[in-house]
Design a protein around this ligand. Structure first.
Ligand code: 8X3
Length: 251
């Protein structure tokens, strides 16, 4: 693959929709050569063609797939956006579905670990690497029915905190963004197994939830700070959401 060091390269996982797709677009606008990594080849191919990026079909939970992504990245990488993740279900602990919990741990925690581990040498080799992992306010405060997702996103935060300590003397920033309510086409639909009515209810009455572009804008800001500026954690919520449980739904 082209390794033109005049143009910075960014990998975005989960780039097929939502925050990942918006971030890929935004980083391309910012001048990055963007590598779009996701499972759905047709979607990332189409977006890559549109923004002049590169699509690499990737399942972050699959070791061989992640190894192929790292191989395609090559020896240098400037930015990694660990965005692939998601919530499955909203069951209380008493009715928890073990498979859903496993899937959440697999994609949110092991996925972040596997991709980060695979491209960390390339990030360090760039001399000024930057990692932004998309966590969630669900990783800061638990809520009823959220335990499986909460546990996974609390886990993501732990991984980022430990990694920051481990590479403190290396030229790589370890950053995290924790969004609250973001209205994307798929997050809630995935959580509720394709039930559009339940998905829509999550945003009911909220005049202005965040949109994917708001998060992409923040990620762009984080990675484009000077290399000595580490935004450890950026918590971002719509004004209507003072806390997970305190949402203005009057509209
Ligand atoms: C998404 C935020 O509130 O649905 O990561 O858990 S929430």
């Amino acid at each position: 693959m082209n390794d033109d060091r005049n143009q910075k390269t960014a990998v975005v996982t989960g780039a097929s929709s939502g925050i990942g797709a918006a971030t890929a677009r935004r980083l391309a606008d910012d001048g990055y050569r963007v590598i779009l990594a996701a499972r759905r080849t047709d979607r990332i191919e189409a977006l890559a063609a549109e923004i002049g990026g590169i699509s690499i079909t990737t399942d972050v939970t699959d070791a061989a797939s992640v190894a192929a992504l790292a191989e395609a990245v090559g020896p240098h990488l400037d930015v990694l956006v660990n965005n692939a993740g998601g919530a499955y279900g909203l069951s209380p602990v008493a009715a928890a579905d073990t498979d859903e919990w496993r899937r959440m741990y697999d994609v949110n925690v092991l996925g972040v670990m596997q991709v980060t581990r695979a491209v960390l040498p390339a990030l360090i080799a760039s001399g000024a690497g930057a990692i932004v992992t998309v966590g969630s306010t669900a990783g800061l405060v638990a809520y009823e029915g959220g335990a499986g997702y909460n546990a996974a996103k609390f886990g993501v935060r732990a991984v980022m905190e430990a990694l920051r300590l481990e590479v403190f003397d290396q030229p790589v920033r370890v950053m995290e963004i924790d969004p609250g309510m973001v209205h994307t086409e798929e997050f809630s639909l995935t959580r509720f197994g394709g039930d559009q009515a339940r998905a829509d209810a999550a945003y009911a009455g909220v005049a202005e939830p965040l949109v994917a572009e708001d998060i992409a804008d923040a990620i762009s800001w984080m990675v484009t700070r000077p290399a000595h500026v580490n935004i450890d954690r950026l918590v971002i919520k719509p004004r209507a959401q003072a806390a997970a449980h305190k949402v203005d739904r009057r509209s």
